[in-house]
Write a protein that binds this ligand. Structure first.
Ligand code: GAR
Length: 217
């Protein structure tokens, strides 16, 4: 049996993706240890959820640091104290320095609420509505220095309905995120993901549901 993987999750707010991952890991008995949940904000509601679910929490307050480099250095130290195999960004709303990202190259995942490469950055649901797309969604990807551009692990598509507001569309996407992200993290800890020429290959067992079947309406 493979060794337990150590995971550190970074959050800035609500933490619903973090919670979905913790729930799936417990329900499915993943060979994973959640070493810590770290937030850049002491007010992040997700910290309470993490503590309730028995995961150690830390705060590295971004407001206390004069610039990105000093914050990222402190954050890196806090993360590395837990010696993680994987860093999971779960609604971590910070732009990261290249040095930080390169330190975790190949072992840091992010979820972004759009079908990348469409709609990078913030307010992705507003961007989708303004563009008039019929299909929107979410993407799990490895993090690389170029914002929201790393190798894609998996995506989920949802329809954009005629009466959608930013809120209704966000809720539909978020619901899909809660299925998409746990699966991608599980693939990582099961060592099913490799990056070949900048693209992710997924090695699934022969009887597994193929990734295409995960695209959901
Ligand atoms: C999620 O929709 C996630 O995709 C998004 O923030 C939300 C966090 O919600 N992430 C980004 O926009 C990253 N650029 P959560 O805290 O409830 O998981």
């Amino acid at each position: 049996m493979r060794a337990m993987k150590r995971i550190v999750m970074l959050i800035s707010g609500r933490g619903s993706n973090m919670q979905a991952i913790l729930r799936a890991a417990a329900d499915e008995q993943w060979p994973a240890e959640f070493a810590a949940v770290i937030s850049n904000s002491a007010d992040a509601p997700g910290l309470v959820i993490a503590a309730e679910m028995g995961v150690p929490t830390r705060v590295v307050p971004s407001a206390d640091y004069p610039d990105r480099a000093s914050f990222d250095a402190a954050l890196q130290q806090a993360i590395d104290d837990f010696a993680p195999d994987l860093v999971v960004l779960a609604g971590f709303m910070r732009i990261l320095t290249d040095a930080f990202v390169l330190h975790y190259q190949g072992r840091m995942l992010n979820i972004h609420p759009s079908l990348l490469p469409s709609f990078v950055g913030m307010a992705t649901h507003r961007q989708a509505l303004q563009a008039g797309v019929r299909v929107h969604g979410a993407t799990v990807h490895f993090v690389t220095p170029k914002l929201d551009h790393g190798p894609i692990v998996s995506q989920v598509a949802v329809p954009v309905l005629p009466d959608d507001s930013e809120q209704s569309l966000a809720a539909r996407v978020l619901d899909s995120e809660h299925r998409l992200y746990p699966q991608a993290v599980r693939w990582f800890i099961e060592e099913r993901l490799t990056i070949v020429d900048g693209q992710v290959r997924i090695q699934l067992p022969v009887d597994a549901v193929p990734p295409q079947a995960l695209f959901s309406p």
